[in-house]
Design a protein around this ligand. Structure first.
Ligand SMILES: O=C(O)CCC(=O)C(=O)O
Ligand SMILES: [Fe+2]
Length: 267
């Protein structure tokens, strides 16, 4: 049987140009550095330094930087690149449609959040997305991910167990760890280089390894795709449970003044 269908994941080695990854990481660092500069702080030497600084000063600013990075054109371009679409095809997602916004994962014991999640608990992505049965996640590390360094851990073949009992946690839907099927699971570390990517099924059980040192950060991107060829996805009317809606109250009260506007456009 095909590896992807059998194991629920497939690693593609050396497919993403490392120059693209460098550019993305550089632009994420720039988002943090511009914000640091506006706080009167010098930029960090590395992306880790910059993120560490901003996380220490203001966690809201830190989270906003990461959120904003998800809207970088180059970050989105990676998600729809031929490298990713080809990998999806090899995993039988022949007519992909994006199901959610791309996600930036930023993991370090030194960058813990008081609110929100840090290391993902054991989970399947499907209950969060509820799209096609063959929903696939593409995960792209931006740095080398060695054993014991914030790896993505997966349970091979767990996609065949179907949707497992879950509960709502700070992260979202996570697998109930008191379930008998969970106790038998054996997680393995996916060791990956820059340039590698992994495609995994929406039903594959996975989590973030908490093992890693405080002196670095592990960045990765993930993109999720439904398959237009999956018949029940079509019959179910292309479901998508994500609700995209703005906050109605003004984010910055009494802003902008006419003066603020003239400062940008000139009088
Ligand atoms: O980057 C991580 O450790 C978590 C990734 C994940 O859960 C996902 O991409 O669905
Ligand atoms: Fe996930």
């Amino acid at each position: 049987m095909n590896d992807y269908k059998k194991n629920g994941y497939k690693i593609f080695r050396n497919v993403v140009p490392t120059s693209t990854i460098d550019e993305i990481v550089g632009q994420i660092k720039e988002i943090a550095d511009i914000r640091l500069e506006s706080l009167g702080v010098l930029p960090g030497n590395t992306i880790y330094d910059s993120l560490l600084q901003i996380n220490k000063i203001d966690q809201i600013a830190y989270q906003s930087c990461l959120k904003t990075a998800q809207y970088l054109p180059i970050f989105n371009q990676l998600g729809i690149s031929s490298e990713i679409l080809n990998a999806l095809k090899e995993c039988f997602v022949v007519k992909p449609v994006l199901s959610t916004r791309p996600v930036l994962h930023c993991v370090s014991q030194a960058l813990l959040l008081d609110h929100g999640y840090n290391f993902t608990p054991p989970h399947q992505d499907w209950p969060n997305i509820q799209g096609s049965i063959d929903l696939a996640v593409v995960w792209v590390p931006f740095m080398e991910v060695k054993k014991e360094a914030y790896t993505l851990q997966v349970v091979p073949q767990s996609h065949k167990l179907g949707m497992l009992p879950w509960e709502i946690t700070r992260f979202g839907q996570s697998i109930r760890e008191d379930d008998a099927s969970f106790r038998k699971m054996k997680f393995i570390d996916l060791e990956m280089q820059r340039g590698d990517l992994v495609v995994f099924s929406g039903f594959l059980v996975h989590r973030t390894s908490k093992t890693g040192n405080k002196e670095n950060v592990r960045l990765a991107a993930s993109f999720r795709f439904n398959n237009l060829e999956e018949k029940l996805f079509v019959k179910r009317n292309y479901p998508n449970p994500y609700i995209y809606t703005p906050q109605r109250e003004m984010v910055t009260p009494n802003f902008p003044t006419l003066e603020d506007i003239n400062n940008v456009f000139g009088e």
